[in-house]
Design a protein around this ligand. Structure first.
Ligand code: SF4
Length: 355
């Protein structure tokens, strides 16, 4: 089978102890696959003893984290002891693969790198080349159970969307707005079993929507880090200033357009084709729209707070957001469900955010 990656994937290497937000100290449960668990059970010596004492075998076996959320195998130099003593190939699948993600189709697998990692966020935000992909042949299992017509329909639509986000000479929020409307139309086609070809066109919106209720909704989600809620609450207090100073912020920080464009394409690449399996593309594009709105707002809050914003600030905000939202199955499915249930997640309301 073939595997397809964004071209920027080639640039990714874990920066290990140079990473400020090391994923091995983020408090995430690190599950251990069976093959690696057997290997760890049979490891001898001091490391073998440490492995046995630091694995929790209850339900899904995982490493027992320290109180501060750090993996017990991360040494004082922030390097992995298992990697150093046993080698990279002896890491469990999660540690070997993070922050990579995959989606399986028939004869083709898609991959990428996730925004929760500071090195991949740096690569994705900084990418100045138009989005492109490359493929290689691998041995892997295929996923055969889906409707090929839907797959073909969405595959073609995704190409159109990425091209539109990449090339159109409109401000990035307008491009995203048009993509949202296009997806809304495609979703209706899918719902009525009419896989008609559609074009993306410029939508006129007449009303501005308020971001505040969406930010407040985020306080109902499950936090990974308890400080996240405090941070969001603090930012909500700046919403009135945002409405006054949004344009000044955009003019003084034009790099934001590139970052938002790259992030929007990342979301499309990562989530859109999942619609092949559940026939729901609208909630995936709404996730992108909401994420773009919130990230832009959080960039603004940092700019207000520091009277400036630099590249590390952008990376810190993006990785934190991704960690809290994308890397929580619970939060992702809450957002997916709510995107059809609450008025503030209606297509019309979200169109009004893209001004
Ligand atoms: S967050 Fe990314 S760069 Fe940092 S340690 Fe984890 S994989 Fe490596």
């Amino acid at each position: 089978m073939k595997i397809v990656f964004p071209t920027y994937y080639k640039k990714f290497h874990c920066i290990a102890n140079n990473c400020k937000n090391n994923c091995c100290s983020a408090g995430w449960e690190i599950d251990i696959d069976n093959k690696t668990l057997n290997l760890y059970k049979n490891t001898s010596g001091e490391l073998g003893k440490k492995l046995k004492n630091n694995i929790d075998y209850y339900k899904t076996p995982h490493f027992k984290l320290e109180k501060n959320g750090k993996c017990p195998f991360l040494n004082n130099e922030n390097l992995c002891e298992i990697y150093i003593k046993l080698g990279e190939d002896k890491l469990c699948d999660i540690c070997k693969e993070h922050p990579r993600f995959y989606e399986y189709f028939s004869g083709i697998k898609e991959g990428g790198i996730g925004l929760c990692c500071e090195e991949s966020a740096r690569i994705i935000l900084n990418e100045t080349q138009p989005f492109s992909t490359y493929e290689i042949t691998i041995n892997d299992k295929s996923c055969e159970h889906y409707n090929q017509n839907i797959y073909d329909y969405l595959h073609k639509a995704r190409q159109k969307i990425i091209k539109y986000l990449e090339n159109t000479k409109l401000p990035i929020l307008f491009r995203i707005r048009d993509v949202l409307w296009y997806t809304h139309t495609l979703q209706q086609n899918i719902d009525f079993n009419l896989l008609d070809d559609e074009n993306i066109f410029t939508v006129n919106t007449y009303s501005n929507s308020d971001l505040k209720p969406i930010l407040e909704f985020f306080l109902n989600l499950e936090p990974n880090d308890i400080n996240w809620f405090k941070y969001i609450k603090k930012c909500i207090n700046l919403i009135d200033i945002y409405n006054l100073k949004k344009l000044e912020f955009e003019n003084l920080n034009p790099e934001i357009s590139l970052y938002l464009k790259n992030i929007s394409i990342y979301f499309i690449w990562r989530y859109f084709m999942k619609g092949t399996f559940d026939k729901d593309i609208l909630s995936k594009v709404k996730l992108m729209v909401i994420s773009i709105s919130i990230l832009k707002y959080l960039f603004f809050c940092k700019w207000i707070e520091n009277k400036n914003i630099n590249f590390s600030d952008y990376i810190e905000i993006v990785t934190k957001y991704s960690e809290e939202i994308e890397y929580s199955e619970e939060n992702l499915s809450a957002l997916e469900k709510i995107s059809y249930d609450l008025d503030i997640f209606d297509t019309e309301y979200l169109l009004g955010l893209m001004q």
